[in-house]
Write a protein that binds this ligand. Structure first.
Ligand code: ATP
Ligand code: MG
Length: 199
């Protein structure tokens, strides 16, 4: 068999397998997606889904549970282009080197209040809970409350949760779990975080 014929046969076989898998996936339901792991790409993937959903005119709610050193491009974009009520950023100074535990807990609870409002509002088709896993890891939010609220969301609403770790209960709840593996990151070679790529 020449190269072209071989390629054609292989593609035909692949198509048969893919078509069979597509036909077998006949459940139509909303999803919980957990993006975890130590590599770069979790938050940016979540915002890829924001763009995707908005392309279909879906209503999206975004909640970020950690305030970075500087405003992120996604926050700047959302402030300009999304109605303010759809984007909630924890703000109030939560950073990695915070010293005030009680203030962090209060900020986490305030932010969760906003998230649970979205998770009970059927007007949202997609809710992003960016960096939520840290709030669970630190014990700032109740895992059972978070899981119960996400599980009890409006039936058509999908949820994307990002952050390292996340725990077994969250993984059990999620329909799709991706672990982004850190193979190499420029920061470890001394390269500064890059505007538009890293933030
Ligand atoms: P991104 O927002 O780029 O999708 P992320 O959400 O997967 O990244 P986070 O753990 O939330 O990653 O960290 C956010 C910031 O830290 C980003 O600027 C990202 O480039 C950087 N970062 C992510 N992973 C690593 C890593 N393994 N080493 C160093 N810096 C990292
Ligand atoms: Mg992130």
């Amino acid at each position: 068999m020449d190269k072209d014929a071989k390629h054609k046969a292989s593609m035909e076989k692949q198509k048969t397998n893919v078509d069979a898998s597509i036909a077998a996936a006949d459940t139509d339901k909303s999803l919980v997606v957990l993006l975890t792991g130590n590599g770069k790409g979790k938050t940016s993937s979540a915002f890829g889904m924001v763009m995707r959903a908005m392309g279909y005119g879906q209503r999206v709610g975004i909640v970020q549970f950690i305030k970075g050193e500087q405003l992120s491009g996604e926050e700047l974009f959302a402030r300009e282009n999304l109605p303010q009520s759809d984007f909630y950023q924890m703000g109030t100074g939560f950073t990695w080197d915070t010293q005030d535990r009680q203030a962090d807990i209060d900020a986490a609870q305030r932010t969760w209040h906003e998230a649970s409002r979205m998770l009970t509002d059927p007007n949202y088709d997609l809710v992003i809970l960016d960096e939520l896993t840290y709030m669970l890891a630190f014990g700032y939010l109740s895992e059972s409350e978070v899981i119960g609220t996400v599980d009890g969301r409006p039936p058509h609403q999908s949820v994307v949760i990002t952050g390292r770790g996340g725990g077994a209960a969250l993984q059990d709840l999620a329909d799709t779990v991706s672990e982004v593996k850190d193979v190499k990151h420029a920061f470890n070679a001394g390269v500064k975080a890059r505007k538009g790529v890293d933030y």
